[in-house]
Design a protein around this ligand. Structure first.
Ligand SMILES: C[S@@+](CC[C@H](N)C(=O)[O-])C[C@H]1O[C@@H](n2cnc3c(N)ncnc32)[C@H](O)[C@@H]1O
Length: 257
């Protein structure tokens, strides 16, 4: 059933997201990603009208790298980000964490086929199994909508070295209501099309409407910037494309005074 969700003010948003989606996050999502893992990259290519790699290129262009840096890609999925970073700077030490062993298996095969090494950890990113002040760069792409996002951003802050940089990319809630409406119509069409083309299983089909609802209750670019500042990040910068439908954020963990 299609429902129009209107998000409450930012201060109440995380509680509302938890109430609406907590059980999907905990109970259903892992089965969804186990189902879609074999065709995840192809489905995104189709749904984005072939622009998937261009989007990735736009995100990569916001990330500054230096040789030998240690990087963590959170909710790494099929390792699109880790692979793109290593192709640009092969001396990086790249770590990937994701709860889905199926998505990481595809990601590891992709990396190995290109002769690249990504250190993989299977686990829930609400508690990152890494020491404090450990990474120079942390990335997350197309996953925050499925997370208790404040909690994960706090964890990312903890594992970043002082002066280290967090780079975020996700589909966001566009500011313009008309754009927002059209966006959801298009996404519903894409989910139906890719479900049919790739013969999605019951877990993915059951969660089709969740993917729209999660976006309806997510944050705009400005709201996300404000949250990052509130959590102690500095030099927060945001860039959006396609009328705010996709956003790239960059935020620095400040050195101690
Ligand atoms: C839409 S995919 C994005 C994958 C990848 N970052 C990309 O850009 O293609 C979302 C990923 O987040 C992972 N994920 C969702 N909730 C998670 C959690 N609580 N802990 C770890 N991974 C999670 C899923 O398993 C899935 O691989």
């Amino acid at each position: 059933m299609e429902i129009e969700l209107s998000p409450p003010p930012v201060a109440l948003r995380e509680q509302a997201r938890e109430r609406l989606f907590g059980s999907v996050w905990t109970r259903d999502l892992n089965d969804v990603f186990a189902d879609v893992a074999p065709y995840y990259d192809r489905a995104n290519y189709v749904a984005s009208l072939g622009l998937w790699n261009w989007f990735l290129g736009r995100f990569m262009a916001t990330i500054e790298l230096r040789p030998n840096q240690r990087v963590l890609d959170v909710c790494a999925g099929t390792n699109a980000v880790g692979i793109a970073l290593l192709r640009r700077e092969p001396s990086l030490e790249v770590h990937a964490i994701d709860r889905s062993a199926a998505m990481q298996e595809v990601g590891q095969q992709r990396a190995r086929a290109m002769g690249l090494g990504v250190h993989s950890t299977i686990g829930d990113v609400h508690e990152l199994p890494f020491p404090d002040n450990h990474f120079d760069v942390v990335t997350i792409q197309y996953a925050s909508r499925h997370l208790r996002v404040r909690r994960v951003f706090e964890e990312i802050h903890r594992v970043l070295k002082p002066g280290g940089c967090f780079h975020h990319c996700d589909m966001l809630r566009p500011g313009n209501p008309l754009v927002e409406k059209l966006y959801y119509v298009y996404l519903r069409f894409c989910l139906a099309l890719t479900g049919f083309l790739f013969q999605s299983g019951p877990a993915a089909l059951k969660c089709k409407e969740y993917f729209i609802n999660a976006l309806q209750m997510f944050y705009s670019a400005d709201e996300l910037s404000e949250m990052l500042r509130d959590l102690g990040y500095r030099d927060v910068a945001a860039k959006t494309i396609f009328a705010g439908m996709i956003g790239f954020h960059r935020a620095v963990k400040p050195p101690p005074n």
